[in-house]
Design a protein around this ligand. Structure first.
Ligand code: GLA
Length: 389
């Protein structure tokens, strides 16, 4: 843990003791990046995410009654819920905790009352999956506290379901998987159809992963996300009329798309992007194996173009940053990351040029949009875990 995380954990523990008068158990679950393979998870394709050095930290203790008491350091307010009356509420972060509680209850895990306090350093709305981190930290903590002995992959699935049912976003499995299963200095090549996965060492000799945060999150993000999912399903149904064995876009190829879908319709564009992106990820993994980071980076640029022009989930700010990166020789790859409509661009930048490039792009971003961009230089870390105290 770095000094900043240690500080967050120590003060979380102190606050917990102050409020609940008992020493808590401590857990964390990280945010994630994704190198390539965007909007492919819910199409049964592959993704290449990793857990990062920013996380949600949870302090937890059992209670003697049947209440859940929740407290977020950031928002500074207590919330009380009876275990017998768990339902979605309007307030966002609480839903990620309650959604997990509901999943456990649905599967008949016997929960008792608990106090849960959380804090963290994953910027909210930056597309680094702070919500998945809250879900994963919560389920990990409850599993340990009540010794349910739930398998990690099962917890991933429950955390994803919590997001579907309590936040209303029909997300794929990538974010929760990365937050739970991440491994230091490795990316995860995850097959979202079978959930088979492989840890691939990421040797970035001479390069850094830099996240450029637009600091915008356009409000249509979650509704458009669900719309994209529906458009892909529509495409699948149309293709199935001729190719009845096809289960998802994972099984489609570009010839089927061209043959069956109406050129330049939305469904055509969405499906074309997905099929191309699944192939692009496979090619990118080959480039990684051959240690050809430049070829890998080229595919990231191509992904951005696809997300922007065919999948239409980018926005002016993201395009601006991706374009600015493309103009820099020392940036070998860059693209918007995550669901879209705001959040971060992920870029691979030559070590010695990182500061200069960030400075140049920050200035032109500020001049164009009259607000700041933020940057995070990222390291790959382990997934959810207990913190010894
Ligand atoms: C969000 C979702 C993920 C994934 C990405 C896009 O982060 O939660 O499941 O679909 O968008 O790749």
């Amino acid at each position: 843990m770095n000094d900043k995380s240690k500080y967050i954990v120590t003060s979380l523990q102190e606050k917990f003791i102050e409020l609940f008068d008992v020493n808590p158990f401590l857990f964390y679950a990280p945010g994630r990046i994704n190198l390539i393979g965007e909007h492919t998870d819910y199409n049964n394709g592959f993704v290449l995410p990793a857990a990062i050095d920013k996380a949600v930290y949870v302090a937890i203790s059992e209670r003697k009654d049947d209440l859940i008491v929740l407290y977020s350091v950031e928002f500074g307010e207590n919330f009380y819920f009876a275990l017998s009356d768990i339902h979605p509420v309007k307030n966002s972060w609480i839903n990620y905790v309650l959604g997990v509680v509901a999943q456990l209850q649905n599967r008949n895990y016997l929960l008792r009352g608990f106090n849960l306090m959380l804090d963290g350093d994953i910027p909210i709305g930056a597309g680094l999956s702070s919500s998945a981190a809250v879900e994963c930290a919560t389920i990990y903590a409850l599993n340990e506290l009540f010794q349910f002995n739930i398998d990690k992959i099962e917890m991933v699935k429950m955390a994803q379901k919590a997001e579907h049912e309590y936040a209303g976003v029909k997300c794929g499995i990538m974010d929760q998987f990365a937050s739970m299963m991440g491994k230091e200095n490795h990316v995860i090549k995850l097959d979202c159809q079978t959930l088979e996965y492989e840890y691939v060492p990421l040797q970035l000799e001479g390069y850094k992963i830099v996240l450029m945060d637009t600091q915008v999150k356009h409000s249509l993000a979650s509704s458009e996300y669900n719309t994209r999912r529906n458009e892909c399903n529509e495409g699948v149904k149309m293709i199935q009329q001729k190719y009845s064995n096809l289960e998802s876009l994972r099984d489609a190829d570009i010839n089927m798309i061209d043959e069956i879908l109406i050129k330049d319709s939305k469904v055509y564009m969405r499906c074309k992007y997905v099929v191309e992106e699944i192939q692009r990820l496979k090619d990118a993994c080959e480039s990684l194996k051959q240690n050809d980071l430049k070829a890998f980076g080229q595919k990231m640029f191509a992904t951005h173009d696809g997300l922007s022009e065919l999948y239409e989930v980018s926005c002016s700010e993201l395009d601006f940053l991706a374009d600015s990166c493309k103009k820099e020789e020392a940036v070998i790859g860059a693209r918007m990351m995550g669901g879209g409509f705001g959040g971060c661009v992920i870029a691979l930048i030559k070590d010695e040029c990182v500061d200069d490039i960030i400075q140049r792009i920050s200035i032109s971003y500020q001049q164009t949009y009259a607000h700041e961009m933020k940057t995070y230089i990222t390291e790959l870390k382990d997934g959810a875990s207990a913190i010894k105290n």
